[in-house]
Design a protein around this ligand. Sequence first.
Ligand SMILES: NC(=O)c1ccc[n+]([C@@H]2O[C@H](COP(=O)([O-])OP(=O)(O)OC[C@H]3O[C@@H](n4cnc5c(N)ncnc54)[C@H](O)[C@@H]3O)[C@@H](O)[C@H]2O)c1
Ligand SMILES: [Zn+2]
Length: 387
Amino acid sequence: MIDDGRWVIKTSKTVEYEVVEAADLLNPENPELSGVPGQLAGTGPRLVILDQAIDGLCGGQIRHYFSARGSPADFLTLPTGDEHKTLDNVLQVTSRLNTLGTSRLSTPPIAIGGGVVQDVAGMAASLYRRGIPYIRVPTTLLGQIDGSVSAKNGVNYEGHRNRLGTFTPPPRTLIDRGFLATLPERQISSGLGEALKLALVKDPQLFAVLEKYGPYLVAERLQDSSPKTMTEQPGRITMHRAIAGMAKELQKNLWETDLQRIVDYGHTFSPFIEMKALPELLHGEAVAMDCVFSAILAKQRRLLSEADLYRVINTVESIGLRPSHPLFTDEQALTLALEETTHHRNNQQIITLLDGIGQTIFVNDLTQPEISAAACRMRDFIATETS
Ligand SMILES: NC(=O)c1ccc[n+]([C@@H]2O[C@H](COP(=O)([O-])OP(=O)(O)OC[C@H]3O[C@@H](n4cnc5c(N)ncnc54)[C@H](O)[C@@H]3O)[C@@H](O)[C@H]2O)c1
Ligand SMILES: [Zn+2]
């Protein structure tokens, strides 16, 4: 073989991780929470990273779970809200992992909390010893139906959403819908914003459930507890369809080498506006407003009927959200938002537009007059809402 001074290293790795529905997770008789995926369970202590709200609500129960099972654990509580998705908090986690001497494989930390805690803990696990496994236990609806399937983690940086982060899925994510029983209604609605996004781009059946059961889903926090919902189980269906739909989309493009992602619907204008409005808008609220704004753009191009545009808006309202933030009527902010997203998408717009409810097309030729006209329509909606 001739040595020409060029060496190519080529390898591949199968990535497999699971999202498991697991009710009654905090019952000490249920081994799921303290389990270690694979056959590598070690004897050292586990770091359990807690969302501050979860610590307040069930910190005692969680500590009791580990002591009752004889599973050594140390606890670290993190603040939540997007303003706390910072590198400093990532380093807090890595520092505790270091103090505990967490091993490379056999004592994976466990993150119990909303999307912020998941993103911070996930990034810390991906950096510590160049990456260790961890267990994800999302406790918000957004975390359970969206973050749960994702391979991504990250923190906000220098005013940009998720500017630093990695693609490192945890081997196991445990979903206990019971956690949602204590979640504030506003957070339930925000999570349903992501379910709505998925329904609009690919799942008319899920859209029908949201359209019909929106207020029940919010009021019952997806627990299917009233006679009206017990048999039809819209909470369970919403959860299952959203997770399955997201999993199917991500699986074929996990590393996002293809930038044409229908799951980015609702995420064209919202990232910039969400950061600009911080902490006023929750993630799912901003996403739902972007869904409406983008539906207006589709209507302007005659891809969506006026009747379907109203179905979208009515469903947004029925899940407790409103297309109400003034930045979504601000042409300048919307233009800047599109510029930033275009830059992030390798200098192409790649905007997902609805082609009817449940179908999409990608466009790269959105113009300023279209944005201005849609901003104007958005202004009308907001005026009608508030009058
Ligand atoms: N990595 C990904 O792919 C991905 C996907 C979706 C969202 N995210 C990120 O997730 C974040 C949003 O997540 P979020 O909406 O869960 O916000 P969050 O983590 O801030 O949680 C919302 C609030 O609910 C509280 N809370 C959590 N669980 C609770 C419970 N069971 N009962 C009562 N209160 C509870 C939290 O303390 C917080 O105050 C954003 O930063 C977003 O970028 C990441
Ligand atoms: Zn999102």
